[in-house]
Write a protein that binds this ligand. Structure first.
Ligand code: NAD
Ligand code: SER
Length: 320
């Protein structure tokens, strides 16, 4: 039996991860931690919810004690694009928040999962087939905090035996909660705009290849890694994982197969483009496949069909 706390549960990943964890481990055993925005709907009604600000160590410890938590999924973060306008806040949440989780985990014997990102890499990284272990000198505060977070996770494992494990997520594409201000957000926005206006203006230029993944695979990865046999793990923080790699032209072409009059033009955002240029075009995720059986189920074709169906339904219901 697991007792789980998800910090950042109302975000893009947290809102779906929390529900899947409840399905697998029991509604009452998964606490939805939130800071400013209270969960709504199923997320609120299906299980416990508590205010947990990652930067407040007492709040984390109180909830861990109250619910006898043994696993913390810490999803609190400021994503890459927003982080460039708020670097101090991005650091305080990304690293201050993680340190608090690790300290509480050390005291109360919890496992900890804090996602890293393709943002942990930088322009001096080999950008094609990016290896698991390679140069990591990112040019954003988001990336700096992700590299430091990976190192902290490994430090707490080696020094104190805290069971820390994590993945380096690529851009995550989903249709429940909108993304929180990252460089890869375009690959979600494009579907909403295709349904609503049959037109999209892309902030990244043609030829900008990035790794991407559909949410069901992202959630399986987070849970499967925490369930993996520890004796098989050579790495811990963090594993490259990917499901597909495309540029804006390729995703637009896929959408056009279903919405033939869809059109896309470009208004390149220099900041986002600079970030995207410094991130891998495609990662090598063979270590995750070998060490804990990572095996994504969704490709661009299958995902596009599912995204368009789900978002069309939301549009027909007047939800956007
Ligand atoms: P998000 O921005 O959608 O959600 C983050 C949540 O954290 C939000 O609900 C926010 O309110 C909350 N939060 C912010 N500060 C907090 C604090 N001090 N205490 C508690 N909660 C706080 O982000 P997401 O996309 O769900 O990302 C979750 C994790 O996955 C992050 O670590 C992110 O870096 C990582 N990641 C996401 C992606 C992606 O494409 N979504 C890709 C790579 C890595
Ligand atoms: N989707 C995230 C971002 O663009 C990648 O970590 O910030």
């Amino acid at each position: 039996m697991k007792n789980i706390l998800v910090i950042g549960s109302v975000g893009q990943i947290g809102s779906e991860l929390t529900m899947e964890l409840r399905k697998r481990y029991g509604n009452g055993n998964v606490v939805a931690g939130y800071r400013a925005t209270k969960p709504t709907g199923d997320l609120l009604e299906s299980g416990p919810a508590e205010v947990v600000d990652a930067t407040n160590i007492e709040q984390i410890a109180d909830v861990v004690k109250k619910y006898k938590i043994d696993t913390i999924y810490n999803l609190a973060a400021i994503l890459s694009a927003v982080g460039e306008s708020k670097p101090l806040i991005a650091w305080n949440i990304g690293i201050g928040g993680l340190m608090n989780c690790l300290e509480v985990a050390r005291e109360y014997g919890c496992a900890v999962s804090t996602p890293s990102s393709i943002g942990a890499f930088g322009s001096s990284t080999p950008l094609d087939n990016t290896p698991q272990d390679t140069i990591m000198r990112p040019g954003t505060m988001y990336g700096v905090s992700k590299v430091a977070g990976e190192l902290l996770g490994d430090y707490y494992y080696k020094r104190f035996g805290v069971d820390t494990r994590s993945v380096r997520y690529p851009g995550i594409i989903s249709n429940v909660t909108l993304p929180g201000g990252g460089t890869t957000d375009y690959a979600v926005e494009i579907y909403y705009e295709a349904i609503k206006n049959k037109k999209y203006t892309c902030p990244l230029g043609a030829g900008t290849f990035l790794d991407m993944m559909y949410m069901p695979d992202a959630i399986d990865a987070a849970i499967d890694l925490m369930e993996a046999d520890p004796s098989k793990l050579v790495h811990r923080n963090s594993f490259n994982i990917t499901a597909m790699s495309f540029d804006p032209e390729i995703i637009a072409k896929e959408i056009k197969k279903h919405i033939p009059d869809f059109v896309m033009d470009y208004d390149v955002n220099a900041m986002k483009q600079g970030i995207a240029n410094s991130w891998p075009n495609s990662m090598d995720d063979s270590c995750a496949r070998k060490e804990w059986g990572w095996d994504p189920k969704w490709n661009l074709e299958k995902m596009t069909l599912d995204m368009l169906q789900a978002i069309r339904k939301k549009h027909e219901m007047g939800l956007f």
